[in-house]
Design a protein around this ligand. Structure first.
Ligand code: G1P
Length: 304
């Protein structure tokens, strides 16, 4: 893993330096595979989902990936470790393209892990990263590794919105009302920009008839460090867990500015086998090696 830079002038130019990736869950929806393989390492074609998320964070300027992990999931961080032995072996065999693939995760971004000992919810997981985030970092990103937001780039837009409005900025997706109960949902008003809304409230997993809108949190957050203090003051919420949504709602109620960037592109949910299958097929169709054959096979399969 690369070392994060500590050079102050390089830091100050960045909208955020650390990207927190909560990856402590049991992955129950992927059992029995997740008995031994963390779901974050399941491949989208040939690349683990967490490497795609790490690449997105690095592209947005993050220098440090803080993986919140749990006992028994060391393989997640190990994916980003030095792999020079394997690289040497591949070089000897003249497999240069594979050397580049193997090296990519290690070279993308520095990685540190923090441990979440108990599964107390997303809010608790983010709170576990507190001591690993520098005192000088006013904001940090959170990327949920279950969510792929496509094309990448939304974090950069979110950073621009924070620069303009201050506070915290989240990513929203418009989802059908009948699916809204799976998400954190925003109560919003318009700004001058159609893709940016001011948030007045946020509620975790509301019943469809009670949802304040159909704009759902899509797994990308740019949070002011004030969130840590809010996380200390929330009680368990939906599902008996400490919800990040409730801490955001608390900040809003205290006047902290919160906005969403409404992402109009695509999204995949890697958190369940159905969503994972879609993501795999979608990426494989774009792959120069596997795409053409898969496309022909799928067409025949669907007509058969
Ligand atoms: C989490 C968040 C929720 C958000 C969702 C996006 O829920 O709590 O607010 O909308 O991720 O995927 P989970 O999917 O972990 O139940």
């Amino acid at each position: 893993m690369r070392e994060a830079t500590s050079e102050p002038s390089a830091r100050s130019a960045l909208p955020f330096r650390s990207a927190v990736v909560p990856a402590a869950g049991l992955g129950t929806r992927f059992l029995p595979t997740t008995k031994t393989v963390p779901k974050e390492l399941l491949p989208v074609v040939d690349t683990p989902g967490i490497e795609l998320v790490a690449a997105e964070a690095a592209e947005a300027g993050a220098e440090l990936l803080l993986i919140v992990t749990s006992p028994g999931k060391d393989a997640v961080a190990a994916h980003f470790a030095d792999s020079s032995e394997l690289e040497k072996e591949l070089q000897t065999r003249g497999k240069d393209a594979l050397v580049a693939k193997v090296r990519r995760a290690h070279e993308l971004i520095a990685v540190r892990t923090v441990t979440q000992d108990e599964p107390k919810g997303l809010g608790h997981a983010v709170g576990c990263a507190r001591d690993a985030i520098g005192d000088d970092e006013q904001a940090f990103a959170v990327l949920l590794p279950d969510d792929l937001v496509l094309p990448t780039g939304v974090l950069t837009k979110m950073a621009e919105v924070r620069e303009q409005h201050g506070g915290s900025v989240l990513c929203a997706f418009d989802v059908p009302r009948e699916q809204i109960a799976a998400y954190g949902v925003f109560e919003v008003s318009d700004t001058g920009d159609d893709d940016v809304k001011r948030v007045h409230g946020m509620v975790e997993k509301p019943a469809p008839e009670e949802a304040p809108s159909t704009l759902a949190a899509a797994g990308r957050y740019l949070l002011d460090r004030a969130i840590f203090d809010a996380l200390d003051r929330i009680a368990p919420g939906a599902g008996g867990e400490l919800q990040l949504t409730d801490a955001v709602a608390l900040l809003i109620s205290e006047g902290h500015p919160v906005h969403v960037v409404v992402h109009r592109g695509g999204r995949h949910d890697l958190g369940n086998p159905g969503g994972y299958a879609r993501a795999f097929v979608d990426f494989a169709l774009e792959d120069p090696d596997y795409g053409p054959d898969l496309r022909a096979w799928l067409a025949a399969r669907l007509n058969g």
